[in-house]
Design a protein around this ligand. Structure first.
Ligand code: MLT
Length: 328
């Protein structure tokens, strides 16, 4: 039982030690303690890459590093549970996306609510690429669909986990093209892409930020981008509409959250740190090279992320539920 009568004194004493600059109105109470950012997928994958670019620059305003911890498994739900149970004191935050903070709520029976986190900032969004192993005989999307129709019994698509965005996009693709193939779940799109390059699986519906470098170097084949316009950083890849598959649009947005109950001062400090990292020219350039579109500052705020997530939940949960996509 803590000695309650000593608490105010202890808090004052600790406050003096750990919150030296809060009163200067710049760096608040998160400053003096290490921050861990949970990345819900394997190292080297798209979410991990964005997290590492961002945290490198968040340290400028926070004054110390943000440590990345990859907590993988079950399409980000292992990390989601862990992040939801972390202390709401600014020491643990999580990066997530359309899959972890929208789809998972419709697909998994979770012990937390994907909408319960304290939003920090909306980062960026980018489409997927429909890609194949380098020696796949198909030269374009129509040939890929024809190949899948005759090889469906053995064709495989790598995903970032059961019910992940890659899996969901693959199910929509199957429905639109009347094809069938098996899904192979990984602990993230990074390891799945490695297996695609090695020819162990045939195709992926992959975030462009993950596969663009490999497409450029010719180690995977790109058939289409899941958007209505081509990517500025890869204008040679046709849109799904141009490639003959009307309307398979998938926009993967990323955000940062803290556990629910995190106080407004901490949220504000973290949000400012993310937003100033997103304003860095180097960060903007690296995100753009990865096909990521950063929203304007007024659309990066905690309120903007909360509204965006709510709108995505409203849009996608009925679609995913009626498509009967299961986490299996
Ligand atoms: C990853 O980092 O592995 C991805 O964000 C997974 C995904 O595409 O959902």
């Amino acid at each position: 039982m803590p000695n309650m009568s000593r608490r105010p004194f202890l808090q004052l004493a600790l406050g003096a030690a750990t919150l030296p600059v809060a009163s200067r109105g710049t760096r608040a109470e998160t400053l003096a303690r290490p921050i861990t950012m949970i990345v819900p997928f394997a190292a080297g994958g798209p979410t991990d890459v964005l997290a590492r670019i961002l945290t490198e620059y968040m340290r400028n305003s926070l004054g110390h590093p943000v440590i990345i911890e990859n907590v993988t498994g079950a399409s980000g739900t292992v990390a989601g549970l862990r992040a939801s149970r972390a202390a709401p004191d600014g020491t643990t935050i999580t990066i997530g996306h359309w899959g972890t903070h929208c789809l998972n709520g419709a697909i998994y029976q979770l012990q937390y609510d994907v909408r319960e986190f304290a939003p920090i900032a909306l980062l960026a969004s980018g489409p997927q690429l429909i890609i194949g192993r380098p020696d796949l005989p198909a030269k374009n999307l129509k040939e890929l669909i024809a190949w899948l129709k005759t090889n469906g019994d053995k064709a495989t698509a790598g995903t970032a986990g059961p019910g992940s965005g890659a899996h969901v996009a693959g199910v929509f693709f199957q429905q639109l093209t009347a094809t069938h193939f098996s899904f192979v779940p990984y602990r993230g799109a990074g390891p799945a892409l490695n297996d695609l390059m090695a020819g162990h699986i045939d195709i992926m519906f992959d975030q462009a930020s993950n596969s663009l470098p490999q497409v450029k170097s010719g180690t995977v084949k790109a058939f289409a981008v899941t958007a209505s316009s081509r990517l500025a950083s890869a204008p040679e890849i046709p849109t799904v509409d141009e490639a003959g598959l009307l309307g398979l649009y998938i926009a993967y947005w990323h955000g940062i959250w803290a556990p629910k109950g995190t106080g407004p001062d901490i949220v504000s400090t973290l949000s400012k740190a993310v937003m100033s990292a997103l304003a860095e020219p180097v960060v903007r350039q690296r995100f753009a090279e990865l096909g990521q579109e950063i929203p304007s500052p007024d659309k990066q705020t905690p309120a903007a992320l909360r509204d965006h997530q709510a709108a995505e939940v409203e849009k996608w949960w009925p679609i995913v539920k009626s498509a009967n996509i299961k986490a299996e």
